[in-house]
Write a protein that binds this ligand. Structure first.
Ligand code: SAM
Length: 425
């Protein structure tokens, strides 16, 4: 493969392309490089390659005339890839596809980047190496070169080296260990010493799944998973995250339709449906908050009928779900109950159909991996301002931009729980 690098700083690449496996691949003639410097194609007194941006603003922009001449000087450009933070995220599958090319041209921007019309002059694929801004495209081009060239057959000593790595199968890779077997009381997982290849492979697959779930759940969208993978992921989500989630249905204080503080009656349907969601997703519990004595009595009657009473005896699945329900006077009491059960004070998040300042699902999911969360749902016209202010944050409303988003609280609870803990893949 021949790679042409278009850059105003060719010296940037001096050592990076000469060491390690890449240096060896160059010596063996597997990869070769050449440089084209747009400055060599700038013919004014200062050999300028940049100019001020139209519309004003800070910084300079790479101007087209020298860049176009530089590009036209390349005899065999092959596939042209330009580095820009606005590009498509570079990934393993792009590296894999580029590794089959005989020629590549990598264009490195500087300043505020190149004039947008560059992409109309040449068939350019724009790529970004991450959601951050570098000083120039040279570092990004190096990342593309490293990821791509190592996939050229013969580049790596062991033909399989690339096939098990992170992203190759869509997942992050399992962790590695080497000698010594014990280091400062840190030991190597026993299975890796067992010599049992099937057990080692199974352990590694599980570790890959766990790490990907914790760090890059977005990757699951592109992974082929079998039933065993899915079952394993579902069990982790249930055990690690689900059991940390506690739902809390608040009947008072909530807002009434006039925006006043009020207490709303509880309903049999809400109790059943939210309890069933809680059981299905393996949640830690479901608290019902009402300050009214008659409502608490009603809840106790319903719950005893459906757990230890005739309803529960006839329908043990329902009894299992409703046994997750506890009834409290105040939200603080529900919080204490979670603390008594888990030993940790829960972090309280709210839900609302209208909230503007919200926390992301990812933030809540992340919190669930380490601490219990009490997630409040309001009845009536939603939680009061005082309650919302007292919580750590509010989840983004469901369908916030539609004119109609009046879900029943049980539907909202089901959708929210599925967004937090729903099946992956
Ligand atoms: C200072 S940056 C320009 C950033 C640009 N004004 C923006 O906000 O999108 C200069 C050059 O560095 C390169 N660059 C910076 N960050 C990059 C990234 N994350 N991926 C790829 N190239 C990057 C690009 O070639 C870019 O033209």
């Amino acid at each position: 493969m021949h790679i042409t690098i278009v850059t105003i700083f060719p010296e940037f690449f001096d050592s990076a392309l000469s060491c390690g496996l890449l240096g060896q691949a160059r010596e063996r003639g597997l990869v070769s490089f050449s440089f084209v410097n747009p400055r060599d194609f700038a013919f004014d007194r200062h050999r300028s390659v940049d100019d001020r941006p139209y519309g004003g603003g800070p910084g300079m922009v790479m101007t087209l005339p020298p860049l176009k001449r530089a590009m036209q000087s390349i005899e065999t450009p092959g596939q042209i890839v330009a580095m820009t933070p606005r590009g498509k995220p570079f990934c393993q599958s792009m590296a894999e596809s580029l590794s089959h090319q005989r020629a590549l041209t990598l264009v490195c921007g500087r300043y505020e980047g190149y004039d947008e019309r560059f992409t109309s002059l040449f068939p350019v694929e724009e790529t970004s190496v991450g959601d951050m801004v570098l000083n120039g495209g040279e570092t990004a081009a190096l990342a593309v070169i490293e990821a791509t060239t190592r996939l050229i057959p013969g580049f790596m000593g062991h033909a399989d080296s690339g096939s098990e790595e992170s992203f190759a199968a869509g997942l992050l890779e399992y962790p590695h260990y080497t000698r010594p077997e014990e280091f400062e009381e840190l030991v190597v997982p026993e299975v890796l010493l067992s010599g049992d290849h099937a057990a080692i492979a199974a352990w590694r697959r599980k570790k890959s799944l766990e790490t990907t779930l914790a760090r890059r759940p977005d990757l699951f969208d592109q992974v082929d998973m079998d039933r065993a993978d899915m079952q394993y992921l579902a069990s982790i989500m249930r055990q690690r995250m689900g059991r940390n989630l506690y739902l809390c249905l608040v009947h008072g204080p909530v807002r009434n339709k006039y925006g006043q503080d009020a207490v709303v009656s509880l309903t049999n349907l809400d109790l059943h449906d939210i309890a069933r969601v809680s059981r299905t997703y393996g949640l830690g519990g479901f608290s019902v908050v009402t300050p009214l004595e008659d409502q608490k009595k009603l809840a106790a009657t319903l719950l005893s009928h459906w757990t230890s009473g005739p309803g529960g005896q006839r329908n043990p699945d329902r009894a299992e779900a409703l046994s997750l329900v506890s009834v409290h006077d105040r939200i603080e009491d529900a919080m204490h109950a979670v603390k008594a059960k888990t030993g940790q004070a829960p972090i309280v998040f709210a839900t609302s159909a209208t909230a503007e300042k919200t926390v992301s699902l990812r933030c809540v999911q992340h919190t669930l991996t380490t601490s219990p969360i009490l997630l409040l749902f309001g009845t009536g016209h939603g939680l009061t301002e005082d309650t919302l202010e007292f919580t750590t944050g509010c989840l983004r409303p469901i369908r916030p931009f539609d004119v109609y988003n009046h879900l029943s609280v049980r539907a909202a609870a089901a959708i929210t729980v599925d967004r937090l803990l729903g099946d992956v893949g």
